[in-house]
Write a protein of this length. Structure first.
Length: 556
């Protein structure tokens, strides 16, 4: 059964012809024509998620795992507003998320009609394109075809990012016929990205001998890994965090924030590059940003053609922007790389500092340090790991990750909302077991998604310190009144998800000893939730003690 609405037929047929197969559907009445038409075609993989905020993040997780566009569809009114966090995350991570919102007739706007708000172009500053589709007459259908084609092309060209299609329905909205979708006019686009010509830039940078390649958050890409490996072999210093998904065997340095904490700031200038080459998304480390701002490189080359923010430059130093693939850039650079006369001792200095970094040693067996170290040690190889934001992602950066771990985190905007939903989307589309390490406030924020039937390849590890521990680690907040810090800043609580998990057929375990984690992390035939309970102030004391006491001397 498919809708009699022609604009719905255009939309769903074009989604199929453009290869958008994974669709997350939210309940509601106004979007029934779209929901029924998608469910009426076996091409689509449809998933039902009640909470629109969670639904959009589930779709992001599917994009994370498959590398392909995914859609989320909701009813009218405030349902659409709930997707705002995920839309921003998709925009700043260049993820092709298709947001489809059903809307009421235009003439009902601002007449105090229920669930009627100005939906058209509501995410205008965080989408590649937003189109408003009506359902009136033959000319309207031709216009709808053109708008929808434009929108679906804009998901990935000229750069990937979210797109919003808002579609109006006059009554009746519940008329369906027993037919199959017919093909409609599809507009194709053939993008051309010529290899960057680097002769002139390398000539201009011939006095730049200390070369740093700084890689931000990226999905795993074998070809990019090989390109970065080539740069490393030629003497370029490669810095990245686990979110780059490059793998430890390629990186010179994976604990860059720890090194910069251990080296006195008076010695930082020796660690600064002459030429900085950047690509990928966000970097967690604040210290590397501080280093590169304080000691600006002579040249800063940024490579990007997939990000909507075309000139991301948190270091205020970019001199050249290359609108091409990383692999094309490295292929072209290989023809001129000898011009740079790369100083390999710079690479060796950073590598030495990485090798002599002290291993984090927990003071307490039940501290966040002890648990994170044990979690990453016990994590099976070839897993997916979704990290929550704030304390979780920063704490994990202190340790080594298992081999061939695909690492995910919503660092586009770095919000705590949606981490669990994103993990669900990844798990639904992956053959790997998906683990999510998440803090208590983040889980509480996103707990509605646990009402869904979680897949058996999903394990949730909750590090519960009953509040926002990271606020206890900020020196300036130590002067705040304890009651204010606990109740209003860190939002202390006594909540456990035990009952919620058990009510939703999730195997629940509470851990009191890190030695129990080996057994708990082993993949099983049921979804799992492991709750680790810690003391919020003990966690802050341990982290501050470790970071205060690591010291490295460049002259040794």
């Amino acid at each position: 059964m498919i809708s009699t609405k022609e604009n719905v037929r255009q939309l769903v047929a074009l989604m199929k012809q453009h290869g958008i197969q994974n669709v997350v559907l939210c309940p509601g009445s106004r979007n029934v024509p779209i929901t029924q038409t998608i469910l009426g075609d076996d091409y689509f993989n449809a998933y039902s998620i009640v909470d629109e905020r969670s639904a959009a993040f589930v779709a992001l997780g599917m994009i994370d795992e498959t590398g392909k566009p995914a859609a989320v569809c909701c009813s009218s009114g405030t349902a659409l507003m709930n997707m705002g966090s995920a839309v921003c995350e998709a925009y700043y991570r260049a993820l092709p998320l298709l947001i489809i919102s059903a809307d009421r007739p235009m003439h009902l706007l601002n007449r105090l009609e229920g669930q009627t708000i100005p939906q058209a172009n509501i995410f205008q500053r965080t989408t590649n394109l937003s189109v408003d589709v009506d359902d009136r007459g033959k000319e309207g259908n031709l216009f709808a075809n053109r708008l929808i084609n434009q929108a679906l092309i804009a998901l990935t060209s000229p750069c990937s990012g979210p797109v919003h299609i808002n579609i109006h329905f006059d009554n009746p909205i519940h008329d369906f016929v027993d037919e199959s979708l017919a093909e409609v006019r599809k507009v194709n686009i053939v993008p051309v990205y010529p290899t960057a010509e680097l002769y002139l830039p390398t000539q201009a940078a011939k006095d730049c001998h200390k070369v740093m390649v700084l890689v931000g958050q990226m999905p795993y890409d074998k070809d990019v890994c090989e390109a970065v490996k080539y740069l490393k072999e030629r003497g370029c210093l490669v810095l990245a965090e686990p979110l780059s998904n490059l793998g430890a065997e390629i990186l010179d340095v994976a604990h860059l924030d720890m090194i910069l904490k251990a080296v006195d700031r008076s010695e930082w200038q020796s660690l600064a590059p002459d030429l900085l080459i950047t690509f990928g998304g966000n970097i967690v480390s604040k210290r590397i940003k501080e280093l590169l701002v304080r000691f600006a490189p002579k040249k800063h080359w940024h490579i990007s053609h997939t990000f909507p923010v075309k000139d991301p430059d948190p270091y205020d130093s970019m001199t050249d922007l290359f609108d091409c693939k990383v692999t094309d850039f490295v292929e072209s650079l290989s023809l001129h790389i000898d011009t740079l006369e790369i100083d390999k001792s710079y690479q060796l200095l950073w590598s030495y500092l990485e090798n002599v970094l002290p291993e984090p040693k927990p003071l307490h067996k039940a501290s966040s340090f002890a648990y994170m170290q044990k979690l990453l040690t016990a994590l099976p190889e070839e897993s997916n790991l979704v990290l929550g934001n704030s304390s979780i992602v920063r704490l994990s950066m202190l340790f080594d990750f298992p081999k061939d771990t695909h690492v995910f985190c919503n660092r586009g905007v770095s919000g705590i909302d949606g981490s669990l939903s994103t993990a669900l989307g990844i798990a639904l589309k992956s053959d790997r077991h998906t683990y999510v390490f998440i803090g208590d406030l983040s889980l509480l924020y996103d707990m509605n998604v646990m009402r869904q039937k979680l897949p058996s390849n999903m394990t949730i590890v909750l590090l519960n310190n009953h509040g926002g521990a990271i606020f206890h680690e900020i020196p300036a907040l130590q002067k705040a009144d304890k009651a204010v810090l606990d109740d209003f800043i860190a939002s202390s609580h006594t909540i456990s998800p035990k009952g919620w998990a058990e009510d939703n057929n999730i195997v629940y375990r509470r851990i009191y000893d890190s030695n129990e984690l080996d057994e708990c992390l082993a993949p099983s035939n049921l979804p799992n939730l492991i709750e680790i309970v810690m003391d919020i102030e003990e966690q802050a004391d341990e982290l501050n003690h470790f970071m205060r006491n690591i010291r490295l001397n460049l002259n040794n």
